[in-house]
Design a protein around this ligand. Structure first.
Ligand code: PHE
Length: 339
């Protein structure tokens, strides 16, 4: 057999294979083409190889070289076609029901939980008012949760039935430990470490053994604010809370203080906000009690301060008309998707 004929046959084979592999629109067609050209038994390449033995002696090396080139080219063509069909859009292109002019399917994306969104927003608002964010531990000792906050041992707030004391805590040298019942603990932690002036907020989970209902849950979130400096007054407290409320709710919000009692503030108030013609109870506030300032080594003759603790669920629920705070914890996407 003449070398020229052998090479011409190979070239024809290559051209045909290019069309078959390149044109295969699905995996079954490609597999059929693979068997036709590369099949180990009766494949066309195998057939062509038989011609190699018939090429005249001196031309054999050149014929062999060309044969190997074509073989490699076929392997590459097949690999390319295989990769092309593995790509998802190519699979769709071979699908007669695929309409490229239709709008794409929307991939559902998650987002932050409404409470997390609220917390981020509150941080941002208070940040603009000059308050920096600090964090405190959720497992606390009695000093930070009670004593330093002027809550003496005899106080009913320390009743084991009102708190989540940790069973293992009895054995600790630090004394009993509990899940913090309020973020006011962070006031103490900050003042113990910093000299006045102090201007912080702290946001996080607090725990109380309440039965869950529309307005209660054994775990909820508070935002605590603390400002200590020379000459701080109730008027500062009220204007900060008002600015805060206006920024969060938008529009005109009124603030109302009702006399109240907290061991760590004097005077103490309950804070209500009027928004959309309804008063909302937001939480507690007041002027930091001199006993608290003394407990952390501040001089109450030199500095005064205000503190407030508001319920995050409450402000969020009010803004979005959520009527049952348990919704926040069920994690039902039909609820969460609305935020
Ligand atoms: N810690 C109080 C509570 O949990 C709220 C509060 C914070 C009151 C700061 C006064 C000052 O209800």
């Amino acid at each position: 057999m003449a070398l020229a004929d052998f090479v011409a046959d190979l070239d024809a084979l290559l051209t045909a294979a290019q069309q078959s592999f390149g044109g295969a629109a699905d995996k079954a067609t490609l597999e059929a083409a693979r068997i036709e050209y590369l099949g180990a038994k009766n494949g066309r390449l195998k057939e062509a190889q038989k011609g190699l033995g018939k090429v005249d002696g001196p031309d054999k090396p050149a014929a062999g070289k060309r044969f190997n080139e074509v073989k490699q080219a076929l392997d590459a063509l097949f690999a390319d076609a295989e990769a092309r069909l593995a790509a998802p859009d190519a699979a769709a292109a071979g699908d007669p029901t695929f309409d490229p002019t239709e709008p794409g399917r929307r991939v559902p994306l998650g987002h932050l939980h409404p409470l997390t969104q609220t917390i981020e927003e509150l941080k941002e608002i208070m940040g603009r008012l000059g308050f920096s964010v600090v964090q405190g531990p959720e497992v606390e000792d009695e000093w930070h949760n009670f004593e330093a906050l002027n809550i003496p041992l005899s106080h009913p707030a320390r009743d084991p039935l009102e708190n989540f004391y940790l069973a293992t805590a009895e054995k600790l040298a630090s004394g009993p430990m509990l899940l913090r019942s309020q973020t006011s603990t962070v006031q103490i932690r900050v003042m113990e470490k910093t000299k006045p002036p102090v201007r912080i907020i702290s946001l996080g989970r607090v725990y109380r053994p309440d039965d869950a209902d529309a307005t209660h849950y054994p775990m909820f979130h508070q935002i605590e604010g603390l400002l200590v400096d020379r000459g701080v007054t109730m008027a500062d407290l009220k204007s900060v809370l008002r600015l805060f409320a206006i920024s969060y709710f938008g529009g005109d919000v009124h603030i109302r203080f009702r006399p109240s009692f907290f061991p760590f503030t004097e005077p103490s108030v309950e804070v209500d906000m009027l928004w959309n013609d309804r008063w909302i109870e937001m939480g507690g506030a007041g002027m930091v009690d001199p006993n608290v300032l003394r407990a952390v080594g501040y001089d109450p003759e030199e500095v005064t301060g205000f503190a407030f603790g508001l319920g995050v669920e409450r402000v969020c629920a009010r803004k979005y008309q959520v009527t049952d705070i348990r919704e926040f914890y069920h994690n039902d996407v039909r609820f969460l998707a609305q935020f």
